[in-house]
Design a protein around this ligand. Structure first.
Ligand SMILES: [Zn+2]
Length: 319
C-alpha cells in the first residue's frame, strides 16, 4: 500500500470534517464496549447504543461494510477497490492526484452523477468517435441578440438557456478587466455543420479540413454549448481576449476544447477560439484533476461513469 495514500486517507480525510468524525464514532463505541467487557465493567443499557450495535451487526451479517469501514460516505468504495477503479480508468498524472485527494475527487464525481439527472448534456462526450444523432437539437436555444451587452460578430447566434447566466458573468468580468469578448459562432445544427464541413473540404481537401472542422454529428456546436470567439483564426491566441479567456474562462464554466499541442488526444489542431460550456462543477474537475484537459475528463467520464454509478450511494440511502 502506498504510504502517502494511507496516511492521507486515514488521517487527513477522515479526521478533518465533523461529518467524518461522527462517522467514525460507531467503531469507537465498539472499542469502548470491548474494553468494558475486558475489565468486567457493566455495559450501560443505553437503548440507542444497543440499537446502533444491532444495526451494525445486521449489516455485517448481510456482508455489507458498515460506514466506518467505507472509504467515503457517498460511495461504497473500499480503499482497495477505489485504487483499482482509478487505475483502470485514469492516466498516470490524474491517477496520482486522485490518490492524494480521493475524498475531494469522489465528492465532485458524486455531484456530477447528481447533475447528470438534471442536465445530462453537460457531461456528454462529443468528439471524432462519439457522435450526436442527426435529429439532436436542444429545445431551449436562446438567441444571443436578446442580450444587448454581448458583442456579436456572427448572425443569429443561439446557445442553450443554461449557458447564458455564466456567459453574461464572464462577459462582465472581461469588460471589468478592459477586455472585449466578441462571439463569432454558437449553436450549429447537423445540417448547418454539414455545409460548413463540405465548404472546408471543397477549399482544402478532406484531410486538412478534418483537422480543424468537425464532420456533421461530431461537432460540439450541435450541443448548443460551444462558442467560437471572434476572430475565428489562429491570430485570436495572441489577442487580449484570447489571453484573458485562457486565464479565466474555466472559472465561469467554459473550457478550451482543443488546446495547443493536443491534436493527438483531441483530434483537432489548436483552436484558441473554441470553448465548450461544461458548467462550474466539471470545470473544477478539469482544472484540479485533468490538467485542464477537457478531452481527458470527458473520455474518463464516458468510460467510467457506468461503473462509478454502481458504487454511488445517493444521499437518501446513506445511513
Ligand atoms: Zn468551434
Amino acid at each position: 500500500m502506498n504510504p502517502i495514500f494511507s496516511a492521507i486517507v486515514f488521517t487527513t480525510v477522515w479526521a478533518t470534517t465533523q461529518t467524518e468524525i461522527l462517522m467514525v464514532s460507531p467503531l469507537a463505541k465498539i472499542r469502548a464496549m470491548n474494553s468494558h467487557s475486558a475489565t468486567g465493567t457493566e455495559a450501560t443499557t443505553d437503548t440507542t447504543e444497543a440499537e446502533t450495535d444491532r444495526a451494525l451487526g445486521d449489516r455485517l451479517v448481510k456482508g455489507k461494510l458498515p460506514n466506518e469501514l467505507l472509504f467515503v460516505p457517498d460511495f461504497d468504495f473500499s480503499e482497495q477497490s477505489f485504487q483499482k477503479f482509478v487505475q483502470k480508468y485514469l492516466g498516470k498524472v490524474p491517477l496520482q492526484k486522485t490518490l492524494k485527494q480521493p475524498h475531494d475527487f469522489l465528492k465532485l464525481l458524486g455531484a456530477v452523477i447528481e447533475q447528470e439527472d438534471r442536465e445530462p448534456y453537460l457531461s456528454l462526450l462529443v468528439d471524432k468517435t462519439h457522435s450526436l444523432p442527426q435529429n439532436y437539437a436542444p429545445k431551449d436555444l436562446v438567441p444571443l441578440k436578446n442580450y444587448p451587452m454581448l458583442k456579436l460578430a456572427g448572425k443569429e447566434l443561439q446557445l442553450r438557456a443554461p449557458v447564458i447566466p455564466d456567459l453574461l458573468k464572464m462577459n462582465e468580468a472581461a469588460k471589468a478587466d478592459g477586455v472585449s469578448l466578441s462571439l463569432g459562432s454558437a449553436y450549429r445544427s447537423f445540417s448547418y455543420q454539414f455545409d460548413v464541413f463540405r465548404h472546408y473540404v471543397g477549399r482544402e481537401g478532406l484531410h486538412a479540413a478534418n483537422r480543424y472542422s468537425a464532420k456533421p454529428g461530431k461537432s460540439q456546436h450541435q450541443l448548443g454549448l460551444a462558442l467560437d470567439f471572434f476572430p475565428i483564426s489562429q491570430a485570436f491566441a495572441g489577442t487580449a481576449a484570447g489571453n484573458w479567456l485562457l486565464a479565466n474562462a474555466l472559472q465561469y464554466g467554459f473550457s478550451l476544447s482543443y488546446p495547443e499541442g493536443r491534436e493527438a488526444t483531441t483530434g483537432y489542431i489548436y483552436e484558441p477560439w473554441h470553448y465548450r460550456y461544461v458548467g462550474p462543477l466539471i470545470a473544477k474537475l478539469i482544472a484540479l484533476y485533468f490538467q485542464g484537459s477537457q478531452q481527458e475528463f470527458f473520455s474518463f467520464w464516458n468510460q467510467a461513469a457506468a461503473e462509478l454509478k454502481q458504487h454511488y450511494i445517493p444521499e437518501s440511502k446513506r445511513s
